[in-house]
Design a protein around this ligand. Structure first.
Ligand SMILES: [Zn+2]
Length: 400
């Protein structure tokens, strides 16, 4: 807890009666009244306090240098197997007594900066930093941000934040009045409820998922565009679709990972979208069993799982796959190609042992499992439009 050079560094176990400066020792807590009781504040000094005491905060430590600049380390969660997808999520809060410009460096050690920084004064309304406010070192392992802090709290995060409650609340609200049933289909490793929604018709079924991977919120934006269009399109085809197809929705299959600020994994250190075969984790076990139960023996004609990556791309099974509704795929591709200004690439493959929801859908449900990947930096409106276009394609292809 003691650093040379006048730096104040408070860890999670901060007993910290003493802080060292270059020339004298002073009691830490009495000199930092604004620090308060927050147990997860990670550093403080020069009138700034940095903390991670909120859902979806990243895994950080930090120092405040003699010049008042802040250096925040960006770490990943413990991974059960070697290597982790380089999705270096960050989210922390800087509280300042006075408005000022601050220099904040993100230190990724062996990883590279990926997510464009966003700032917020309330944790809800976000502004992306201009490119001119972000400087990378040559290795891209450190990103230095120039941030105009407002007096009070300032959140800095890799995307507009969306903790686990957010997509559940959004889904609950958009489904309101459409006769959906909300149910707890299981519990996460840390005991959080796993919540799904079922509604629509009763003859056949579709399945939709998002947020297996915590930081992938542009995929969640597409999911939202998809669901809104699926529910709110008002023509006869849309009504016929909703009367025929049971709609099975899992908006938050990895709440522990999301709220812990994980890069990729659940609380067990497992990539859930590689676990749909071994089912070693409660989240995948409960979700797969619930999907089968919710489909209730009906034919599942499509299972879409929305994600994010460094480009917008569709991962689909080969067109010759043994699924009675595989011809949805060229119809969906045609819809994207004709309606989107930047249509996604397509990648066709099937690995029955890959452990993805996509491969499980084909193996277990004979449904085309479709992984819809949105570019990290795609504008929200474009992500929503892609989702809406996918919903239109399902309605237009399947409505009878
Ligand atoms: Zn993903």
């Amino acid at each position: 807890m003691i650093n040379a050079g006048g730096l104040v560094r408070l860890g999670a176990l901060a007993t910290l009666p003493i802080v060292a400066s270059a020339c004298q020792y002073i009691p830490a807590l009495p000199s930092l009244p604004s620090f308060g009781p927050a147990p997860r504040a990670i550093c403080s000094g020069s009138g700034l306090t940095v903390d991670i005491d909120f859902a979806e905060a990243g895994r950080h430590d930090c120092i405040i240098g003699p010049d008042g600049s802040v250096v925040v380390s960006v770490d990943h969660e413990p991974a059960y197997v070697e290597s982790i997808n380089p999705s270096p999520w960050f989210a922390f809060r800087i509280t300042t007594e006075d408005a000022r410009e601050a220099t904040v460096t993100l230190d990724y050690t062996d990883y590279n900066h990926r997510y464009a920084p966003y700032v917020s004064a309330d944790g809800h309304s976000w502004r992306k930093l201009a490119d001119s406010q972000v400087t990378l070192n040559e290795k891209k392992s450190r990103a230095t941000l120039k941030v105009d802090l407002t007096a009070g709290a300032n959140w800095i995060a890799g995307q507009p934040m969306s903790p686990s409650s957010d997509n559940l609340d959004w889904t609950r609200a958009v489904l309101g009045g459409f006769g959906f049933t909300e149910m707890k289909y299981g519990e996460s490793l840390e005991g959080r409820p796993l919540v799904g929604f079922v509604g629509g018709g009763s003859l056949e079924a579709i399945v939709v998922l998002t947020r297996q991977h915590p930081p992938e919120t542009s995929g969640q934006d597409a999911y939202r565009g998809f669901l809104e269009r699926l529910l709110k399109r008002g023509d006869d085809k849309a009504l016929a679709f909703r009367n025929r197809y049971r709609i099975v929705i899992a908006p938050m299959p990895n709440p522990d990972g999301v709220d812990a600020g994980n890069w990729r994994l659940n609380a067990g250190g497992i990539d859930l979208n590689r676990d749909w075969g071994t089912f070693s984790q409660p989240e995948t076990t409960a979700l797969s069993q619930w999907i089968v139960a919710a489909a209730g023996g009906r034919r599942v004609v499509s299972m879409m799982d929305f994600h994010s990556t460094d480009k917008t791309v569709i991962y689909a099974p080969p067109l010759e796959s043994a699924s009675p509704t595989i011809a949805l795929l060229p119809f969906l591709k045609q819809a994207f190609d004709s309606k989107l200004s930047a249509p996604p690439e397509w990648n066709y493959n099937h690995n029955p042992n890959g452990g993805t929801s996509k491969s499980w859908a084909l193996e277990a449900l004979k449904a085309p499992g479709i992984t819809v990947e949105l570019w990290d930096q795609i504008p929200t409106a474009d992500a929503r439009k892609l989702g809406a276009t996918a919903a239109d394609a399902l309605i237009d292809y399947f409505a009878k």
